[in-house]
Design a protein around this ligand. Structure first.
Ligand code: SF4
Length: 201
């Protein structure tokens, strides 16, 4: 439970100490049976001012700002679907699928449709592959290169496999609801192409 929610409960004249959620979640951490009322009390002292400022923002016109990279950094903005609704529809295959920022050059030239660019302007081999696969509709496979890489790895070889769990209500400090947390690790070792030793519990 975050500070705004806690503040809201108080504004509704309910006793947060007896609200079931207060003892369940506090800032994403839950250790089983801790009453977090004292921990969050000081955190909500400024909530009233924050809400007043938010209401003042809502009372004026929307700022004239177009969606851009700032909508994703430092985290994805929750209003993206609202702001992008007024933009022209994106092409089916945007230049942004070119890896490592390969689309920026084309966006700077006013082109966002990968299918409409001149491939002669692609100087990166991976970008050429992505473009060719997009235009042809045939995925790029290189099985020889795939086999050649591991062929030179020395024995013994060991792989680390792991399983994860995602609690709706976090059980461990520092984790969030539905966060995937690795909990079981399993080594698989191989002495030769003919042996595979799996160890687990
Ligand atoms: S999506 Fe969010 S960050 Fe981007 S313009 Fe809209 S409100 Fe601003």
């Amino acid at each position: 439970m975050g500070r705004p929610e806690f503040w809201s409960i108080r504004q509704l004249s309910r006793d947060p100490a007896h609200h079931p959620a207060v003892t369940l979640l506090a800032e994403g951490n839950y250790d089983g049976d801790t009453d977090v009322l004292d921990d969050v009390e000081h955190l909500i002292l400024t909530r009233g001012e924050v809400v007043r400022a938010a209401r003042a923002t809502l009372a004026v016109d929307e700022p004239d700002i177009s969606p851009s990279s700032h909508c994703e950094t430092p985290f994805p903005c929750e209003f993206a679907s609202y702001c992008r609704a007024s933009l022209a529809p994106s092409p089916e295959w945007s230049v942004t699928i070119l890896p490592n920022g390969g689309g920026k050059k084309w966006m700077g030239q006013g082109t966002d449709d990968l299918t409409g660019i001149d491939p002669a302007g692609l100087t990166n081999e991976v970008h050429r592959r992505v473009h060719a696969a997009t235009i042809s509709g045939h995925p790029f496979h290189n099985p020889e290169a795939f086999r050649a890489g591991p062929a030179v790895w020395p024995y013994p070889r060991t792989w680390l496999d792991f399983e994860t769990i995602a609690f709706a209500v976090p059980r461990w400090i520092g984790t969030r609801p539905f966060e995937q947390v690795p909990f079981q690790f399993q080594p698989t070792s191989s002495m030769s192409t003919a042996s595979l030793n799996i160890r687990s519990f």
